[in-house]
Design a protein around this ligand. Structure first.
Ligand code: BGC
Length: 487
């Protein structure tokens, strides 16, 4: 069991005693803008459930609810060696996973930084780089061998329409990626042709989302896990839905498949797109300007309020505005703060982690990273602001989790979560658990005794990708449907 920390994240309000009135006034305005109270949590959750259902309907909605063709739960008996590639955002990872047939596994892997210029470069540069990394990995792990008969699980963590399990037509780039000629196209052949060019004739057995991988990997080691969640650079969730609740699948299955309405299909929700039509989320002026200035305005509205890619940018924008209206940093040069996306989520984490009453670590952080001297009262305002941004992220995230809990009528069990915000952002887990207990009116004092807990997941894009490849090979061998393979 994980230690979720104290029942309530510590309140630091007491330390505001010496803060001048005008700053206290600013803080209370910020508190109003960023706080999502219990009633609002419940309203957002109910609207979220409606939107999940719309996404499953024939008409569709703004949450894509992508069908993945992962139609089996892992049994624990999956066996063999698989290659897993993970392209999710900050890093690119290549791994060889050996499943031992008894809920165990072994991983050999290499991680490569995804250079920033590749995220906005050409598609050939991107896939050639990936193929290059795969080549390096294989030549060091299998020197002198020609690898072709290995099953490949390709984790591509962006919204994709999947006509079949080994295909993925990119719907839209997210997380700051912006590469021409990929949206609207199948990425599997792009990878396969880059691999072939490097003399690696390996084809994609399964193309998966990181959340689907997380769901399957976590369920493999802990069958109580019913949801796969990512709270990292981006955010998203996957769960198994019953066929009878997926009207948009009607007519897409061959008649000879004998699928019962109670059989399951894993759904990659792509919930970052929740409320793109701005019906319910309490957006601030900073959320609106982040959206307007992003490469894809009007998309990923929910993700832009909560995921790691945007948290630092929200803080930066608020600070610049407070300077421009002469509330903070008077007479100081803040040019370093003017650069978009110059602060990341770890900057907020460090602000929230400063253990000292007078916030001397925040002082050093601003001096070292930005060359800005920050007074003690300003530091207290900044800390409160970071807390507000981080808390809002965790509480809104809880609404998505709660919506799926309601949708599948989950009474107990675990949700497996991964990602830098979930794993590293201070108090995120406790804040999310607190919000869930408000939504469901769970009364127990300790998070550990809540009926449903969000716990750290197994490695979805490695072990999960391997498992899904294994399940796919199995289906193919048994002549079972894995979607429409050729166009
Ligand atoms: C992507 C999802 C992904 C999530 C977490 C989002 O931006 O659209 O596909 O699961 O980030 O990586």
């Amino acid at each position: 069991m994980v230690n979720l920390g104290p029942r309530k994240p510590p309140s630091r309000k007491g330390s505001m005693a010496d803060v001048p009135k005008d700053l206290l006034h600013t803080i209370s305005i910020l508190e109003k803008k960023f706080t999502v109270d219990k009633e609002m949590l419940k309203k957002i959750t109910d609207h979220f459930v409606e939107e999940l259902r719309k996404g499953l309907s024939k008409e569709g909605g703004s949450i894509p609810m992508n069908v993945t063709w992962v139609m089996d739960w892992p049994t624990g008996k999956e066996k063999g060696a698989y290659l897993a590639l993970d392209m999710g955002g900050t890093n690119f990872r290549v791994a060889e996973i050996t499943l031992d047939g008894n809920r165990g596994f072994d991983v050999t892997q290499s991680k490569y930084l995804m250079p920033k210029n590749l995220k906005v470069g050409s598609k050939d540069d991107l896939f050639d780089y990936i193929a290059d990394c795969v080549g390096k990995f294989l030549s060091s792990s299998h020197p002198g061998e020609t690898i072709k008969n290995i099953s490949l699980g390709f984790t591509f963590s962006y919204p994709c329409t999947q006509p079949a399990i080994n295909r993925g037509i990119l719907q839209t780039w997210t997380k700051g990626f912006d590469i021409d000629d990929v949206e609207g196209h199948d990425v599997a052949p792009m990878l396969e042709s880059a691999l072939r060019k490097k003399g690696l004739p390996i084809s994609v057995t399964a193309l998966i989302n990181d959340t689907t991988g997380t769901l399957v990997a976590s369920n493999y080691v802990d069958p109580q896990t019913k949801m796969g969640l990512i709270f990292g650079t981006g955010c998203n969730a996957a769960y198994y839905e019953r066929f009878c609740n997926i009207p948009k699948l009607e007519g897409l299955l061959p008649n000879d498949q004998n699928i019962s309405p109670n059989d399951y299909m894993a759904i990659n929700c792509e919930w970052g797109a929740f409320d793109n039509e701005h019906k319910i989320l309490p957006r601030t002026e900073w959320d609106i300007s982040i959206d307007n200035e992003s490469p894809r305005p009007g998309q990923q509205c929910f993700e832009k309020m909560i995921s790691g890619y945007y948290l630092g940018e929200i803080l930066r924008k608020v600070l610049c505005d407070l300077y421009d209206e002469e509330t903070i940093f008077e007479g100081r040069n803040i040019e370093s703060l003017r650069k978009p996306y110059s602060l990341d989520a770890s900057f907020l984490s460090q602000i929230e982690e400063d253990p000292w009453e007078n916030l001397t670590e925040v002082e050093s952080l601003f001096l070292n990273k930005l060359g800005i001297f920050v007074t003690e009262s300003e530091r207290k305002l900044i800390r409160r602001l970071a807390e507000l941004i981080g808390t809002r992220s965790a509480r809104l995230s809880a609404c998505g989790v709660a919506a799926i809990i309601k949708q599948i009528d989950m009474q107990s069990g675990h949700c497996g979560a991964d990602g830098s915000v979930f794993n590293k952002y201070p108090h995120f887990k406790a804040r999310m658990a607190e919000a869930l207990s408000e939504i469901f009116e769970w009364s127990s004092k300790s998070y550990k005794s809540h009926p449903i807990t969000v716990i750290p997941a197994e490695d979805g894009s490695g072990v999960g990708a391997a498992l899904i490849a294994a399940l796919t090979v199995n289906r193919i061998e048994q002549g079972k449907y894995i979607g429409q393979r050729e166009v």
